[in-house]
Unconditional design. Structure first.
Length: 451
C-alpha cells in the first residue's frame, strides 16, 4: 500500500510539472481525456445553468401526463460531434427551436468556467448549427504552428488564433490588408512571417521601406523591387500603376467575348487567364506608411499627393490585375492628410498589435468591428506579437505570430531566391544583392577618407 501511494504521488507530481512546463504535452497525454469526460458528464447541468436550454415541447408534456410519467426537464442543444484536437476540443451543437447562435456566443465565458478549460469561442456553421471551440491551455503563450497546414496559392499561414486554429492571410479572398502597432509591439515579426511564407510561392514581392531599408533590404534576394525613400517609392508606385494597366490590356485581349463563348471562359482577372500567359501576382509591402504621407515643403506635398493617389488607384483596381497591398504603420488616421481615409476603406483585412491609445484602435476597427477596439487596447506590453485580426465581416480573433528572427527570415528568402520573378516594368527597382562594405569598416578611424 505504501508503494502504491508513493507511485500515485509521483504520477500526480509528474502530471503537475508537465502541465506547468509543457502544457501541450500534458494536454495530449492526460488533459484531453479528463476534459472530454468533464464536458460529457457536466453538459446538461452546465447548459441549464448557462441559460442554453429550452422547455420541453408541448406534445412531450402531454404524453408524460397521459402516461403518468415524470414531467421531462429542459432540453439542451443536441451534441452532433465532439472532436479532440491538439489544443482543445471542438463541440458541434444542433440548436433547439427558439435558440440563437448569439445565445451561445454570449455564454462562452460561463462555459469556460463551468467546463474548467482555458478558452471558449463559438461560430455559426449554418442555420441552427454552432461550433464551439475550447482550448485546454494558453496556445498563444508559446506559439507552435501545427505540422499540417492548408497552404494554397496566395494563402499564407502567418499566426495562431486563440482557439488553436491557424490564421491565414488569403490574398485572393482578402486582397488588401492593414497592420497597425506601436513600437516594440511585434509588427515587424508579423511582417517577417508574411514574407517568409510568401517566399516559396510564385509571387513578386515589392517592398517600400522608408526607414532607409533596415527592415526589408536584408530580405532583398527574394524581392523583385525595393524602395528605401519616398522619392524612389513614388517612381516605384507609378511603375506599378503602369504595370497594372498593361495587365488589364492583356485581360481585355484574352476575354474573347462573343455569343459562341461560354460565360465560364470569359476572363475577368489574371486567375481566369491560361497559366502560360498569366502575369505573376505582385504583393506590395509598405513598412511605414506615415513616411509616405508626411511632408514639410510644397514639393514634398506634391510628391505625397502623387504617392497617395497611386496607392488608392492600386487599392481600388489592383485586385483583378493580381496586385495586392500590405500596409504597415503605427497610426493610419485622417491626420495624415487627404486620401488616407479613402485608402483605408479599401483595406479589408485589419490587424492591430498593441496600440498606445484608443484612437489608434479605432483607426483599425472602428468602422468594421467595434467590439475589437476594446480588445486591441487591452493587449499588455509584455506580450509582444499578440494582435487582433478582423475583416469587413465584423468577426475578429486574437492571434499571435511565431517568433521569427531577422536571420531566420533572411535564410528563408535566400533559400528561395531562385523563385524571384523578373517583372519588366519593375526592372529598374530590382535591388542589388552584391556584398557591400560593413558599417564597421566605414566608421573605423583607420578607414580611408572619401572626398
Amino acid at each position: 500500500m505504501t508503494w502504491f501511494m508513493v507511485a500515485v504521488v509521483m504520477v500526480v507530481a509528474a502530471a503537475g510539472l508537465l502541465r506547468w512546463r509543457r502544457p501541450a504535452w500534458y494536454w495530449l497525454s492526460l488533459g484531453v481525456t479528463f476534459a472530454t469526460v468533464r464536458v460529457l458528464v457536466r453538459y446538461a447541468s452546465v447548459m441549464d445553468a448557462c441559460g442554453l436550454t429550452v422547455p420541453p415541447a408541448r406534445w412531450r408534456l402531454t404524453l408524460a401526463r397521459m402516461a403518468g410519467r415524470e414531467v421531462p426537464g429542459p432540453r439542451p442543444p443536441r451534441i452532433l460531434r465532439l472532436r479532440p484536437t491538439r489544443t482543445g476540443l471542438v463541440l458541434r451543437l444542433k440548436l433547439r427551436p427558439g435558440q440563437d447562435a448569439f445565445d451561445v456566443a454570449a455564454a462562452t465565458d460561463r462555459l469556460r468556467h463551468s467546463f474548467g478549460l482555458y478558452g471558449v469561442t463559438s461560430r455559426e456553421i449554418r442555420s441552427g448549427v454552432v461550433e464551439v471551440r475550447m482550448t485546454g491551455y494558453d496556445v498563444l503563450r508559446r506559439v507552435q504552428m501545427p505540422a499540417r497546414l492548408d497552404t494554397r496559392p496566395m494563402r499564407i499561414p502567418v499566426a495562431l488564433r486563440e482557439d488553436g486554429s491557424v490564421h491565414y492571410r488569403d490574398y485572393r479572398a482578402v486582397p488588401h490588408g492593414l497592420t497597425l502597432g506601436a513600437t516594440e509591439s511585434g509588427k515587424s515579426v508579423y511582417q517577417r512571417n508574411l514574407v517568409a511564407g510568401l517566399a516559396s510561392h510564385h509571387v513578386a514581392l515589392v517592398g517600400i521601406d522608408c526607414k532607409q531599408g533596415v527592415e526589408l533590404f536584408p530580405l532583398a534576394r527574394r524581392f523583385s523591387a525595393l524602395a528605401d525613400n519616398p522619392d524612389t517609392a513614388l517612381e516605384l508606385l507609378e511603375a506599378l500603376v503602369t504595370h497594372m494597366e498593361e495587365v488589364y490590356q492583356l485581360i481585355r485581349a484574352q476575354q474573347r467575348i462573343s455569343v459562341a463563348v461560354p460565360d465560364a471562359e470569359i476572363a475577368a482577372d489574371i486567375w481566369d487567364l491560361p497559366e502560360d500567359i498569366r502575369p505573376v501576382p505582385v504583393v506590395v509591402l509598405v513598412d511605414e506608411v506615415a513616411e509616405l504621407a508626411l511632408y514639410a515643403s510644397k514639393d514634398e506635398e506634391k510628391r505625397r499627393d502623387r504617392v497617395i493617389t497611386a496607392l488608392v488607384r492600386i487599392a481600388q483596381l489592383g485586385r483583378a490585375a493580381g496586385i495586392y497591398l500590405e500596409i504597415c504603420g503605427q497610426r493610419f488616421g485622417s491626420e495624415l492628410g487627404k486620401g488616407i481615409t479613402m485608402l483605408r476603406a479599401q483595406l479589408t483585412g485589419r490587424t492591430a498589435h498593441r496600440v498606445n491609445d484608443e484612437t489608434s484602435a479605432n483607426m483599425a476597427f472602428g468602422d468594421i468591428a467595434p467590439d475589437a477596439v476594446l480588445a486591441a487596447i487591452q493587449i499588455p506590453a509584455e506580450t509582444r506579437g499578440l494582435a487582433i485580426a478582423a475583416d469587413s465581416t465584423g468577426g475578429w480573433h486574437r492571434v499571435r505570430a511565431p517568433h521569427t528572427s531577422l536571420r531566420e527570415a533572411v535564410n528563408v528568402c535566400n533559400k528561395h531566391a531562385h523563385r524571384t520573378p523578373d517583372v519588366p516594368a519593375l526592372a529598374a527597382f530590382r535591388p542589388a544583392t552584391a556584398a557591400v562594405p560593413s558599417a564597421r569598416d566605414r566608421l573605423s578611424k583607420t578607414a580611408p577618407a572619401t572626398a
